[in-house]
Design a protein around this ligand. Structure first.
Ligand code: FAD
Length: 386
């Protein structure tokens, strides 16, 4: 009775996309999540995620994000949901920068990726950035990359829409149910939860920050979990100057800081801005999900006030969220060496959401044993054992 073609553990960004794609193909699929997604315990909350077509983390990501944009636009047409806002993206850097985003050479890689994939963009000098976006405090030696088709996606809405569509198409969802373990064998995979036992031909494990514990072995050495903080600050006066019609998403490789900052136009009254930290690892069990006043003050004093004009220190909202990071800041999309039946999706390292809709499609390809529509060779597990 509990036999399915495919079981998916984790219905966040990656799992909900895979569930939708498999259900659309008529596959008998079961999705299990320990919470009721979208939720605030993992990596996919906080209203917005940057999306950009030229990817500084590697030109091989561009086909994934392009396909994701197509899928989200299609879901928007089907459901009426508001998922993708293309308000443009500005990356600011300088020769004197001390920080780089995710990988060394992020800015130049982005420009190179734009050329490789024909992404329309502009390279801006400091004076041009000041004229177009006076909201930023730009130094004379800074320069920018502007991409008009970039912008942001709404993670909770994407997950919600894909789960609803999957359900309508016949997928079975079991939420607030925790997978305790799984066992591949010659006939399939057995999945044990705190409420039952299920079987399938294939298993997709998309458990985000819980992956190291669930997969065991050396995965705790491969996947490091970091707590990140998101803060929303109120605008002083002219809120319209920070709304998506007049303000882009931005990534700023700061001149005097070891960390970059990134941010979003003000939606729902607050401008979201964040930096990244890789100093201390954590786990989903131990992480402090509250954000202290000290953290908020530190953020505003060091990363907001010097760079953005007219953004007050009034914090309207703050959230903690989890990064799951691989040694090369790339993704893992592969079967386990011990079993072809188990597919692992660890697609975070702080930049996975924009690719998630397309990742759902390639996960569905893999689960159906079809050749994936996009090249997955950069995401093999074996690259870490070389
Ligand atoms: C602060 C922050 C900012 C980010 N900014 C960007 C950005 O601007 N652009 C971008 O593209 N990406 C960004 N990312 C990355 C992106 O959000 C992640 O790549 C993506 O959310 C990862 O999705 P996931 O499906 O792997 O994990 P999740 O969405 O966390 O899903 C994992 C799911 O597995 C479930 N689960 C775990 N264990 C079990 C179990 N034992 N049984 C059942 N269910 C289980 C969990 O409940 C959860 O729902 C950011 C991430 C963070 C944290």
């Amino acid at each position: 009775m509990n036999r399915h073609d495919v079981i998916i553990i984790g219905l966040g960004a990656m799992g909900s996309a895979a569930l939708y794609q498999l259900a659309k193909r008529g596959v008998r699929v079961l999705g299990i999540d320990r919470f009721a997604p979208p939720h605030e315990q993992g990596s996919s909350h906080g209203d917005t995620r940057i999306t950009r077509l030229a990817i500084g983390e590697g030109a091989h990501y561009t086909p994934l994000v392009k396909r994701s944009h197509d899928i989200w636009r299609q879901i928007e047409r089907e459901t009426g949901a508001d998922l993708l806002t293309q308000c443009g993206e500005l990356i600011i850097s300088s020769k004197s920068r001390k920080s780089s985003v995710h990988v060394e050479g992020f800015f130049q890689n982005t420009v190179d990726a734009a050329h490789t994939h024909g992404v329309v963009h502009e390279l801006l000098e400091a004076s041009q950035i000041r004229t177009r976006y006076p909201q930023f405090n730009i130094r004379d030696d800074e320069f920018g990359y502007f991409e008009a088709e970039a912008g942001f996606v709404r993670p909770e809405a994407c997950i919600d829409a894909q789960l609803s569509l999957a359900k309508t198409l016949g997928a079975e969802l079991r939420t607030c149910e925790t997978v305790l373990g799984f066992e591949p064998n010659a006939n399939g995979v057995t999945v044990k939860t705190d409420q039952g036992v299920y079987q399938a031909d294939r298993l997709i494990v998309a458990a985000g920050a819980w992956l190291p514990k669930l997969l065991g072995g050396d995965f705790d050495k491969l996947l490091k979990i970091y707590r990140q903080v998101l803060s929303w600050f109120a605008i002083d006066g002219d809120v319209a100057a920070y709304e998506p019609e007049r303000f882009p998403v931005f990534i700023w490789e700061l001149p005097d800081s070891l960390q970059a900052i990134y941010g979003f136009p003000a939606i729902d009254g607050g401008l979201k801005v964040a930096t990244e930290q890789y100093a201390a690892t954590t786990s989903p069990e131990l992480v402090d999900r509250s954000v202290s006043m000290h953290e908020i003050d530190h953020m505003h004093r060091n990363y907001v006030a010097p760079f953005l004009k007219g953004v007050t220190s009034i914090c309207v909202k703050a959230k903690a969220c989890l990064y799951t990071v691989t040694p090369d800041a790339g993704f893992i999309l592969d079967t386990l060496p011990s079993s072809e039946r188990v597919i692992v999706a660890s697609c975070c390292s702080g930049h996975g959401f924009k690719h998630s809709a397309a990742i759902g499609e390639v996960l569905a390809d893999k689960a159906e044993n079809r050749t994936a529509s996009l090249d997955l060779s950069p995401f093999r597990l074996a690259r870490f054992s070389a």
